[in-house]
Write a protein that binds this ligand. Structure first.
Ligand code: ZN
Length: 167
């Protein structure tokens, strides 16, 4: 009788990076100044073996999707749209950012990524990338996957991991 076990596959590549600017708010009134990181993503998917190909998921496809998701927010200012303290308003040309009601920054619209998250922490970025990856996988018919684990590193040895069970 064959041994039973589960499989997971991971990708992390030199090109699964995004060099982006951000600032976060902390509890109380603290708020960082604008700065940047060379973020790096690593993703793991779990699921049943495809009985024709004997893999969990095609690496080529997974890398392609992840590259696109990283490119979408590369070289941009990452701004949270669901913050209680950071107000982001946009018109066709510019994005205005206030913190606690005080004007703080004005950016060209094309240089900003407006994200549906409450704070641009690595935790929230990991969850956002998971949500976006999941949508792409579901659209592509990848129904045999059982979990996605997304790791985002913002500095050497400083990472957050988000894990989402798919069913
Ligand atoms: Zn930072």
């Amino acid at each position: 009788m064959p041994a039973r076990g589960d499989f997971r596959v991971s990708v992390t590549k030199d090109y699964l990076v995004f060099a982006s600017a951000h600032f976060i708010t902390f509890a109380g009134h603290r708020c960082e100044g604008l700065h940047g990181h060379n973020y790096r993503a690593r993703v793991t998917v779990e699921g049943a073996l495809n009985q024709e190909s004997w893999f969990v998921f095609d690496f080529v496809e997974l890398k392609k999707i992840m590259k696109r998701l990283c490119d979408d927010i590369d070289h941009l200012v990452l701004l949270p749209l669901r913050s209680d303290r950071i107000q982001v308003t946009e018109d066709s040309e510019t994005v205005s950012v206030s913190v606690d009601g005080r004007p703080r920054y004005l950016f060209p619209r094309r240089d900003c990524a407006l994200l549906p998250i409450p704070n641009t922490t690595v935790e929230m970025l990991a969850r956002l990338l998971t949500t976006r990856l999941r949508a792409e996988l579901e659209a592509g018919g990848a129904t045999a996957l059982t979990a996605i684990e997304m790791e985002v590193e913002e500095n050497f040895g400083q990472t957050a991991v988000y894990r989402e069970t798919l069913r």
